[in-house]
Design a protein around this ligand. Structure first.
Ligand SMILES: Nc1ncnc2c1ncn2[C@@H]1O[C@H](COP(=O)(O)OP(=O)(O)OP(=O)(O)O)[C@@H](O)[C@H]1O
Ligand SMILES: [Mg+2]
Length: 121
């Protein structure tokens, strides 16, 4: 096995989704899963006051975009995501990267890289 499968989870603003999807399509990403999530990052530590009572910052609606790649270089996915998502303001989002053990394309039974590579290209 000389290939590596990697999962990239991108948490970011909902408003950026269309642009992010287009950027991923352009670099050859063959699939993605998108979920609406509630989340918070670093700012949750900021104590806010509501009528004089300390409360934790609320969770905000975000999107989670899950992408698994094999052929497409991980760094290319990260660069494209950063290019689209970075505004320099707090809440731009976070990217998490994981190793994936295996993948199965159910229709054909293909495993590993074969389950992820688009042979019609
Ligand atoms: N450590 C984490 N674990 C899991 N999810 C996280 C984590 N940090 C951020 N997220 C997810 O990413 C979303 C966006 O986070 P956010 O961009 O606010 O991160 P941050 O570290 O606070 O950066 P910034 O200071 O730029 O706001 C969060 O709403 C949450 O869904
Ligand atoms: Mg934040």
């Amino acid at each position: 096995m000389d290939y590596k499968i990697t999962k990239i989870d991108i948490f970011t603003r909902k408003s950026k989704f269309e642009e992010l999807k287009e950027a991923m399509n352009e670099i050859g990403v063959t699939g993605m899963s998108v979920t609406q999530v509630m989340g918070c990052g670093m700012q949750k530590g900021d104590i806010q006051y509501y009528r004089g009572v300390a409360v934790e910052q609320k969770l905000l609606p975000k999107i989670k975009v899950e992408i698994v790649v094999c052929e497409v270089p991980v760094e290319k996915v990260i660069e494209a995501a950063e290019r689209v998502l970075r505004t320099g303001e707090i809440g731009d989002g976070k990217i998490f990267i994981y190793d994936v053990q295996d993948a199965v394309k159910i229709r054909t039974g293909e495993r590993g890289a074969d389950a992820l590579i688009d042979k019609n290209k």
